[in-house]
Design a protein around this ligand. Sequence first.
Ligand code: HEM
Length: 206
Amino acid sequence: MTLRFTKIAIFLAALIPLERLVWKAFHDGLGANPIEVITHSTGDWTLILILTTLSITPLRKLTKQYWLIGVRRMIGLFAFFYGCLHFTTYIWLDKFFNVHEMVKDIAKRPFITVGFSAFVLLIPLALTSTAWSIRRLGGKNWQRLHRLIYLTGILAVVHYTWLVKADLRKPIAYGVVLGILLLYRVGVWVSEKRRQAIPAPARSLV
Ligand code: HEM
């Protein structure tokens, strides 16, 4: 029951950035360059939600709040949702589906290709986020596939760092958070390997 309420609360909270944009759009609040505001807001929220998804496992283990796993999928799907809005803003509102304009822009601003790669990698993760997919793929394969989220996070931070012209503080902050989350994984992996290297009878004494 509590998890259900938590899920509803997270669902509603995750919609706030979109609601804010819609509210601003109807109240002349998007300023002189609305497309830029929408692109930046949706890009920011995609990255924040990717990092939040990545932080669930360490948080769950460190705090022993095991219920957190129950909200990871929803947060990941919201990352994909904001990624779709971000991408749609670019191809629709910014470039108006003009392929020639997009190709020119990509040649001029290679960070777009990096962002696109990050977005494309989110697609199989979103498509296989169901319990049915876990059963179909098998737990191990599903886990292997979902490790793509690490690469997505790296590409997303590179995309942001590359596009920023002067003030690097925000992309660096995101990069530091991502670095900590990846280091945690490396630490777990190393200690797991060490544990496996210890013969089974001795392992039970450790
Ligand atoms: C997982 C995928 C992606 C993430 C996490 C992401 C994230 C971001 C972030 C954080 C920003 C900067 C926001 C700010 O300045 O506050 C941004 C800007 C931008 N992104 Fe992405 N992005 C992704 C994919 C894409 C894709 C697929 C495209 C287009 C094909 C794209 C095009 C842009 C553009 C044009 C900007 C604004 C650049 C500027 O202001 O000069 N992004 N993105």
